[in-house]
Design a protein around this ligand. Structure first.
Ligand SMILES: [Zn+2]
Length: 131
């Protein structure tokens, strides 16, 4: 794929994810009591949580023999695809990775600019000054 096509694809994905995030219903249809969230970030945190992931796996494992589990999984996957939840999670992970990289680079730059530590022993005039 040509570099410009990759840029167009990336821009299109970003736009669709941005549009999706503005309309994504802030609830989890998979978990018990269908929890509702105050914002997209809170929703994405829930979707990445151990509790949600464990519940999802449990339903997926039951889905072959339990029609209700299959129904919940189907509804959830349709919601996940329709509102571009994967793209939202990818954007969030990318932002976290970039923040971690910037922090690491900042620490490295700070380490390079620090003055070397002076050993107080080198300031003594003669070996007899050392106790
Ligand atoms: Zn959930």
């Amino acid at each position: 794929m040509a570099p410009s096509a990759k840029k167009d694809l990336a821009a299109a994905k970003k736009t669709s994810a941005a549009n999706a995030s503005s309309v994504v219903p802030l609830l989890c249809t998979l978990c018990e009591h269908e929890p509702v969230f105050t914002d997209t970030s809170h929703l994405l945190t829930h979707i990445s949580s151990k509790g949600h992931l464990a519940h999802r796996q449990k339903l997926e494992l039951r889905s072959r023999r339990d029609p209700e589990s299959q129904r919940l999984i189907t509804i959830y996957e349709a919601w996940y695809a329709r509102y571009g939840v994967r793209e939202l999670l990818e954007e969030r992970q990318l932002a976290k990775d970039q923040a971690e990289e910037a922090e690491l680079q900042g620490r490295k730059a700070l380490k390079r600019t620090r003055k070397p530590k002076v050993c107080f022993l080198s300031l003594l005039t003669s070996p007899s000054d050392v106790c």
